[in-house]
Design a protein. Sequence first.
Length: 263
Amino acid sequence: MADAMVVGKVALVTGAGRGIGAAIASDLAAHGARVVVADLNRGAAEDVVAAISQSGGKALAVAVDVSDRQSVILAIEGSVLHFGRLDVMFNNAGISQTCPFLEVTEADFRRIMDINGLGVLIGTQEAARQMISQGGGGKIINTASIAGKQGYPLFAHYCASKFAVVALTQAAARALAEHKITVNCFAPGVVATELWQQLDREFMDHGLTQVPDQAINEFSQSILLGRVSTPADLTGSTRFLASSLSDYMTGQTLMIDGGMVMT
């Protein structure tokens, strides 16, 4: 069913070939938005677009490396060429790694910060330039995490990158308000996606857990609502952030974590 608050909006979602990004893109398309599915893996993006198209939605697949400015510029240019404008930018692409604090290397830190931190800076800057040039404002939405509010010793560099997302969101909100561009982020908790399957394997590789799903189950014990989330638990909130219902909201972090972290 179409949502009048997002119908016709053009939204670019990075990291949309799977997981949370795919759910955001599919939900927006199902409610009438025109969606650009951007991912480092173009084949995965095309699969998501095919599913959206089969359901009657409008979508375009583009390849993007969010840590490379020229790649982001080309993705935005392709989106505008195809759909005519850019109204909403979801800087969602991100990676994680399980690593004990004392074992995090410079290479580990730079790899995560390049994608999760620098990628958000570049995506925000280039989306804002397009929105300013076309006029009419816009919305930029960044994927943070509970790890952007608390530091966890097995994910120190990931936490640093997500704290950076929150800081960039606040700085950009102040910088871009004069252009009628709002900038917010949302912070998921434990979400059952391919990313947690990876982390679960890494826990076992480090000898921290012994059996599959032990890591996610133990890490989730403090969720007040009593269960791990799915991407579908997030899409009502992400659609709200993309819609005109959130027009008077900027610089905020929306926690969608089942009550794990209270801020």
